[in-house]
Design a protein. Structure first.
Length: 94
């Protein structure tokens, strides 16, 4: 029973891993746009770095993931500038 679905699962995993370079490029572009339009403290910047961290962790690049999570934490909206948007939950990723 399981042997019949393994080839399909392997194809799906390959598709996901083939997308990583594209995802990284899109997340970096998102960070650029949010920084240019809204400034570095915008939640979209933190979210982009958090997404890069998740992607790196998924690829088992843990040092890179930690670096991205730290950048996300650093770029969260400062407490003295309350935002209507919720902060990214990067602390739980560290």
């Amino acid at each position: 029973m399981y042997a019949s679905i393994l080839p399909d699962m392997a194809k799906e995993v390959k598709v996901v891993y083939d997308c990583h370079p594209k995802l990284e490029s899109l997340f970096r572009r998102s960070i650029e746009i949010h920084t240019r339009v809204h400034g570095p403290g915008h939640p979209g910047v933190a979210s982009g770095y958090n997404n890069l961290g998740i992607l790196a962790a998924d690829q088992r690049k843990y040092d890179r993931a930690e670096e991205m999570y730290r950048r996300a934490k650093k770029n969260e909206t400062p407490e003295d500038k309350p935002s209507a948007e919720p902060k990214v939950g990067t602390a739980s990723n560290l």
